[in-house]
Design a protein around this ligand. Structure first.
Ligand code: NAG
Ligand code: NAG
Ligand code: NAG
Length: 319
């Protein structure tokens, strides 16, 4: 450093250290990511949340809800309350849970988020099972209609708001109060979506409801972290009815999704089922930071494709 008197020397050093900090940040994030996705085991649920305690799952008749109920029974030995809107499908899902582990106990509860919207309706769910030691509440029920707002009906907007925002918020409050009376730790798991990580043209309403859940879950989780583990899951594509059993490199099975959620529970505030999703999100973040218009344009086009896939799936179903 011979010309150390020059002012530009200071700037060079400044840029060098900023660069070093950014590199270190990425390096450590990468190392933590590897550890998280490939080496870390989940908590022992029975020990952490109470022997013989129960999980209550909404939207439990299909997809991630049913897979998580089965996983909780089979791999974690938990008793299960299944909440859903159709009695026959509830009975069918209950049977599958019992087949997965015959030593556990189950209950079912019929509930339609689109119809029951009063506070007393939600209180009833908790009161119905006041004799059970529920330790985990999994808010999974959700609806999606992938359309541009011009094509959405008022009913579709109402249904997405009731099911994806109104219900989860009120039930989270009810279970937070209920869990405060337990001695052991408890948990609240919220089904978000990668759709909530950035604004999503042509799926705007759905994306916004999930953005709400991500924000809500992280903030509430911080408030109640002394007694409750709260986590929001933001998968990209899970092969379920909701997205017409998506086929793409980032799509995972509902069982994989359930396993990854339990693995992150008590460690993370946000869950993603595969490391590829983590990278895809970072890439999208970079695109958005360069140009929001570009990000919006790309996602708007992806959503047209998504809608086509869903429509093809439902057409096949109707045949
Ligand atoms: C089933 O549940 C019981 C009771 O919690 C548990 O001990 C057992 O490990 C679970 N799994 C299987 C496959 O039986
Ligand atoms: C949700 O409720 C609205 C009326 O409040 C109704 O028009 C719509 O069909 C309902 N959706 C479902 C899937 O039941
Ligand atoms: C949204 O979808 C329509 C077709 O349904 C398409 O014409 C439009 O370009 C899409 N918007 C964006 C931002 O991609």
């Amino acid at each position: 450093m011979e010309n150390s008197g020059c002012w530009c020397d200071g700037i060079h050093k400044f840029i060098f250290y900023i660069g070093l900090i950014i590199l270190f940040r990425y390096f450590f994030r990468f190392v933590f990511c590897i550890q998280r996705y490939f080496f870390r085991k989940g908590h022992n649920v029975q020990e952490r949340y109470g022997q013989g305690s129960w999980i209550l799952v909404t939207g439990a008749t299909d997809g991630t809800g049913k897979a998580t109920a089965i996983y909780a029974a089979k791999e974690k030995g938990m008793n299960v309350v299944l909440v859903g809107r159709n009695k026959d499908r509830l009975l069918k899902a209950e049977k599958e849970v019992r087949t997965a582990n015959s030593s556990i106990d189950t209950r079912i509860y019929e509930f339609d988020f689109n119809k029951s919207t009063e506070i007393k309706d939600f209180m009833k769910i908790s009161e119905e099972f006041k004799d059970l030691d529920i330790s985990i509440f999994f808010s999974n029920a959700g609806v999606m209609t992938t359309k541009c707002i011009r094509d959405l009906s008022l009913e579709e907007i109402k249904e997405m708001t009731e099911t994806n925002i109104h219900g989860p918020s009120i039930l989270t409050k009810i279970f937070t109060d209920r869990f405060a009376k337990r001695d052991k730790r408890s948990a609240i798991m919220i089904m978000g979506s990668v759709a909530g990580c950035t604004p999503l043209p042509n799926n705007s309403q759905y994306g916004a409801t999930k953005a709400y859940l991500i924000s809500f879950s992280k903030a509430v989780g911080y408030e109640i972290s002394d007694k409750i583990d709260m986590i929001v899951s933001t998968p990209g594509f899970v092969k379920t009815k909701l997205n017409g059993y998506a086929e793409n490199p980032l799509a995972v099975s509902p069982t994989h999704q359930a396993a990854s959620l339990f693995k992150d529970l008590g460690f993370e505030r946000q869950n993603m089922p595969i490391i590829g999703q983590e990278f895809a999100n970072n890439l999208l973040g970079i695109v958005y930071s360069l140009s929001e218009s570009l990000g919006l344009a790309i996602l708007g086009k992806i959503m047209i494709q998504e809608r086509k896939e869903i429509e093809t799936y439902w057409e096949k179903q109707e045949k």
